[in-house]
Design a protein around this ligand. Structure first.
Ligand code: GNR
Ligand code: NI
Length: 182
């Protein structure tokens, strides 16, 4: 198992559009294992392959309290988005230390491939729906800061560039747990 390096905004590699997985083979399973390991080490609730510079359509998620409910999505597609939206405070391992409220559809229907390469469909709502949309954004080269004002985004970019220059980001080990914005 390998811990992978997480890219930070405004790294241009976070803007690449990921390619669909052609075969769910051992290489893909190894990537998923490394992504779960990296996500747990970094204390995130989700991770998209794009964030670790692997430009394939793979996502891992674990929103459970005890960090024992692994969810992985291969070639995920959103089939339905509800009209009703939900405002949630979002953070991102690629934008460490910054949190902003983003409004997204509350309920979604998703398809993805399982370990056998079979297509499965399911519904998600609440934090899971938010997380899946945040991660699929990554696969399309999009970040949560693209959903906020240009002014706020530019401020965050400047601060992260400065933190990197000062060497203050390399020492960051975790992000606080998700707190619901009520
Ligand atoms: O750890 C994470 N927390 C989070 C909180 C609210 C909405 C989305 C997320 S995903 C984020 C991890 C991450 O950066 N995934 O891409
Ligand atoms: Ni993210």
């Amino acid at each position: 198992m390998n811990k992978l390096e997480v890219l930070h905004f405004p790294d241009k590699r976070l803007r690449k559009v990921a390619e669909p997985v052609k075969n769910v083979d051992q290489e893909i399973k190894n990537i998923i294992d490394d992504m779960f390991f990296t996500m747990y080490e970094e204390k995130g609730i989700g991770l998209a392959a794009t964030q670790v510079n692997i430009h394939k359509r793979i996502i891992v998620i674990d929103i459970s309290e005890n960090k024992n409910e692994k969810i992985f999505l291969i070639n995920p597609e959103i089939l339905l988005l509800s009209d009703e939206t939900d405002d949630m405070e979002e953070g991102c391992l690629s934008v460490p230390g910054f949190y902003e409220t983003v409004s997204r559809p509350k309920t979604i229907k998703v398809s993805s491939l399982d370990y056998e390469g079979n297509l499965k469909e399911f519904h998600a709502d609440g934090l899971l729906a938010t997380c899946i949309q945040h991660e699929i954004d990554h696969l399309n080269g999009k970040l949560f800061v693209d959903h906020i004002s240009t002014l706020k985004r530019n401020r965050i970019e400047k601060k992260i560039v400065k933190l990197k220059k000062d060497g203050a980001l390399a020492s960051r080990k975790s992000m606080p747990n998700y707190k619901s914005a009520t």
